[in-house]
Every structure is written in structure tokens, then in C-alpha cells.
Design a protein around this ligand. Structure first.
Ligand SMILES: [Zn+2]
Length: 229
């Protein structure tokens, strides 16, 4: 920890790391190195969980804020200590589907991870605001083809869940809300996020209400299974 080049208050991360250590989890941090699993870590922080060894390896960019480290630790905290399950593709699913479901799992984690991250590091809200603006700008909301519209709807709903739970006062939340209204699912999105607030970190319940709000049968998630960390 001491030799890390991180901007901001490290105290929340140090405390969380101690809690994870006390639960038999070893945390290893690598700065300026890419994860051998995902290849990420140089531009964005990322982490890999080695279940058998109970080791959590975190990869951080050279220029990095303390909230990014805290964020990665929170993924481990919610999984290992709060018992939030992983949603995983069915056995035998092709790698493309596995990757897609893993992305969904990560996005669903973010509903609770980002909320906790901002509570402890208010400066993280600006970071996430910029992230959501960037992903929103990439959407072609006026696309006419059905598949793009399905994809947009999924993106908007996933984003909405994080924004409504973790950043209820942000301007970008209203931008997502307006887009969801344009897709005819403003009401469904509100029903979804209210249900998520009640579900807490119960991943199965989150997936259930997400699929309900989606309004179409997304088989990759419908058929997914759950696993402990
Ligand atoms: Zn994350």
C-alpha cells in the first residue's frame, strides 16, 4: 500500500482492506500493470478474483485516484462479505455469451458499489458523471433497427439503476430518464429502481426486476445461473 501512487484519502481503502484480510482474503495491488486475465488496468482500474486461493488482485493505472482503489475493493467486499452472488452464463455457453453476462454482472454490482464509493469518496461522483456521459454519447438513440433499440434500452436501464440508486441528484440521471421516456419505459424504469432499492444486494432479485423492466426476453440473462464468490 505504501508504495502506491494514489491521489486522495487512502483511509477508507486501508480500513476495507483490513476487513477483507480479517476475513481470510489476501489483497494484492499492481500499479501500471495490465491484468493477465482481462488486459485492463492501464487505462481503467480492474481486479481479478482467484477463488481457490482467496486472492483479489487489483490493477491500477499509474495516475489513479483513491476512490478507484476503494471501488475495486468494494466489488470484493460485496461478493465475499455481503454475499452478493455472481450472475454467470449457463455451463457450456460460448465465450462471447460468458463475456456478455460477466459485463452484466459487473454493471449490476455497480448499483451498490458506486453508491458506497460516493458515500465514502464524494469526489467519485464527478468521475461517474463523466463515465455515464461518455457511454450515453455513444448511443444512437434514433436508430430504427430493432436490435440497436433493444441494446440501447438495456444500456439505459442499467445506467438508470446506478444513477437512481447512487447519484439521485446528478444531471445525467435526468438525461437517462428523458431517453427512457423516449423509449416508452420511464415508468417501468422507476418501478425497477424502487424494487432494486428494496432488494438490496440480492442479485437474483435485481436481475428479475431488470428483465421485467426490459420487457423482452433476453435469453442470456434469463438462462444465467448464480454462483458464490
Ligand atoms: Zn467496478
Amino acid at each position: 500500500m505504501n508504495d502506491m501512487d494514489v491521489i486522495g484519502d487512502l483511509a477508507p481503502s486501508t480500513a476495507l482492506m483490513a476487513e477483507l484480510n480479517a476475513n481470510g482474503i489476501r489483497i494484492e495491488c499492481f500499479q501500471g500493470k495490465a491484468s493477465p486475465v482481462s488486459g485492463n488496468g492501464l487505462e481503467w482500474a480492474c481486479a481479478d478474483w482467484y477463488r481457490a486461493e482467496r486472492v483479489f488482485r487489483i490493477y491500477l493505472p499509474l495516475l489513479c485516484s483513491a476512490h478507484q482503489l476503494f471501488h475495486e475493493l468494494l466489488h470484493c467486499y460485496f461478493g465475499c462479505i455481503r454475499g452478493m452472488e455472481l450472475v454467470v452464463a449457463v455451463t457450456g455457453a460460448e465465450p462471447r455469451v460468458q463475456a456478455q453476462v460477466a459485463t452484466f454482472n459487473n454493471d449490476f454490482d455497480h448499483i451498490f458499489v458506486v453508491q458506497r464509493e460516493i458515500e465514502e469518496h464524494p469526489e467519485a461522483e464527478q468521475f461517474w458523471d463523466a463515465e455515464f456521459r461518455r457511454s450515453y454519447a455513444e448511443l444512437d438513440l434514433h436508430a430504427a433497427d430493432v436490435l440497436t433499440r433493444y441494446q440501447n434500452k438495456m444500456m439505459l436501464l442499467k445506467g438508470w439503476a446506478v444513477l437512481d440508486v447512487a447519484m439521485p441528484k446528478s444531471d445525467i440521471r435526468s438525461v437517462f430518464e428523458m431517453a427512457l421516456e423516449g423509449y416508452g419505459c420511464k415508468e417501468a424504469s422507476h418501478t425497477m429502481s424502487e424494487a432494486i432499492k428494496r432488494a438490496g444486494s440480492n442479485k437474483r432479485a435485481v436481475v428479475e426486476v431488470f428483465l421485467e423492466a426490459l420487457g423482452f426476453d433476453y435469453q442470456n440473462l434469463r438462462r444465467a445461473t448464480y454462483a458464490a464468490w
